[in-house]
Design a protein around this ligand. Structure first.
Ligand SMILES: *[C@@H]1O[C@H](CO)[C@@H](O)[C@H](O)[C@H]1NC(C)=O
Ligand SMILES: *[C@@H]1O[C@H](CO)[C@@H](O)[C@H](O)[C@H]1NC(C)=O
Ligand SMILES: *[C@@H]1O[C@H](CO)[C@@H](O)[C@H](O)[C@H]1NC(C)=O
Ligand SMILES: *[C@@H]1O[C@H](CO)[C@@H](O)[C@H](O)[C@H]1NC(C)=O
Ligand SMILES: *[C@@H]1O[C@H](CO)[C@@H](O)[C@H](O)[C@H]1NC(C)=O
Length: 415
């Protein structure tokens, strides 16, 4: 009977350990570092990421070779070595953008087989030269059928070239795409994307900009009851055109935008605004927003309908993602079966507050307490049971001894 109890106790002890080891091992915590930020690469705490992306290399508009600005070359050539010092298993990825808003250089490149070949060869060569383990094609706009078909062909050829490399460590190939894969009649070549790319990073932010929109907006809203311009809508569209959720990585923004309100009393989401505020283009890093809030003692408001944070100061309105929005989005990504998240961009965090919220590390203290609540009584019970068993055995031993003792006494006739 006591053996059963001991077995039960062991199960109770082991159960919490089993639960915590069932987390998927492929979950991606990626972060971008943009060379234009000029933030020191050694400042990145690479232990908080599985993948780090170095942005951007560009496409030469006349040769179609990959081109890294000479001012940024020092960063690209040392990036992998530096971030691997703190975390040798972090995977580094080279991120490429064509530098235009309409992807005109990219579409010109993909329109000709010889240009595609030059481009592909140069991307693999430079990725290998600098020790990157993957390549990201960032921000290709949605375009006409012809351009999208050519893009699909590029991905087929790119994948073939990567697979034909004579090395066992295959390069990762991904793209960073528009939050929704379909706009009007334009549509990403999803079959080729699924066939050739390891995953798609969904650029799920910058929906509203204070330099453009004359109302306050949740620029990275997860939901929006009155518009399709929100992340949940985009993810559903991607799934709808056939990309499995397990091939999507959700983009998280470490920046916000500041508006000047028309009326300080009308200061919710969608309130009339006169234009940008505080910075030259209205954008603010999370770090700067936190500093600003501390300086003026502003509270961070959270709107759970949209999953956005904001704060107001007189005529100023700042929309951004604080820990609540970040945590909710990471749970959303897990619930929907996505592959992970990618933050833009790492240096904008404030003392790793958002990164730790995304990892759930800010709540680990709580988890540990919860574990103690289960473990402590269990250990006490176990010790008590063992103690009881020992006492029982000890008593039996004593009894046995005294029987023998009696026998001995009888035998020798001692009374
Ligand atoms: C593109 O390549 C050509 C030829 O190598 C070079 O002369 C030109 O400066 C490059 N353009 C840029 C923007 O790097
Ligand atoms: C694309 O954008 C560039 C600037 O980014 C501009 O010079 C060019 O005219 C645009 N091309 C088309 C076809 O809209
Ligand atoms: C591809 O996109 C570019 C840039 O937006 C545009 O100028 C060009 O006309 C498009 N090409 C085709 C074949 O539709
Ligand atoms: C905002 O801009 C739109 C068009 O861009 C215009 O119709 C509207 O009147 C503007 N609203 C305000 C409050 O300025
Ligand atoms: C979120 O903001 C909208 C628009 O201002 C408002 O109608 C709604 O009540 C807010 N929801 C929450 C939960 O604060």
């Amino acid at each position: 009977m006591s053996f059963k109890i001991v077995i039960t106790v062991f199960f109770v002890l082991l159960l919490p350990l089993e639960v915590s080891s069932s987390e998927p091992k492929t979950w991606i915590n990626a972060g971008y570092w943009y060379s234009g930020s000029e933030s020191p690469v050694p400042d990145i705490d690479s232990t908080l990421f599985t993948h780090l992306l170095c942005a951007f290399a560009y496409i030469n508009s006349s040769t179609y070779e990959l081109s890294i600005p000479s001012s940024a070359e020092q960063y690209f050539s040392t990036f992998t070595n530096i971030v691997k010092q703190k975390n040798p298993s972090v995977i580094t990825i080279l991120s490429i953008w064509d530098g235009t808003t309409n992807s005109s250089i990219f579409f010109s490149m993909v329109s000709q087989a010889s240009h595609r070949k030059t481009f592909i060869q140069s991307t693999i060569k430079i990725a290998r030269l600098y020790g990157f383990q993957g390549i990201d094609m960032w921000g290709v706009s949605l375009s006409t059928d012809m351009n999208m078909t050519n893009m699909g062909t590029l991905f087929d050829e790119w994948r073939a070239a990567i697979n034909s490399e004579s090395t066992s460590s295959r390069l990762i190939l991904i793209m960073s795409g528009h939050y929704s894969p379909v706009v009007d009649s334009d549509k990403y070549p999803v079959k080729s994307v699924e066939r050739n790319l390891d995953w798609v990073h969904i650029i799920a932010y910058d929906y509203y900009l204070s330099k453009r929109d004359n109302f306050t907006g949740g620029h990275a809203a997860l939901y929006d009851p009155s518009s399709n311009l929100n992340t949940d809508y985009g993810i559903k569209e991607w799934i709808g055109i056939g990309l499995p959720a397990s091939k999507m990585v959700l983009g998280l923004a470490y920046h916000g935008y500041a508006w000047t309100l028309v009326n300080p009393k009308e200061n919710g989401i969608g309130a009339p605004a006169r234009g940008l505020a505080i910075t030259q283009d209205g954008s603010m890093s999370y770090k700067y927003i936190k500093w600003y809030m501390k300086s003026y003692k502003l509270a961070s408001m959270y709107n759970a309908t949209y999953v956005v944070n904001y704060c107001t100061f007189g005529l100023f309105w700042i929309g951004f993602d604080d820990v609540e929005a970040i945590r909710t989005k990471v749970s959303y990504a897990k619930d929907k079966g996505l592959l992970g998240y990618a933050v833009w961009q790492v240096p904008n965090d404030d003392n790793w507050v958002l990164t730790k919220a995304a990892l759930g590390e800010d709540k680990k203290q709580g988890n540990k307490k919860w574990l103690l609540v289960i473990l402590l009584p269990t250990i006490c019970v176990l010790i008590f049971l063992l103690g009881t068993l020992l006492v029982v055995f000890a008593e039996r031993g004593t009894q046995k001894e005294s029987y023998e003792d009696n026998g001995y006494r009888k035998k020798v006739g001692v009374s």
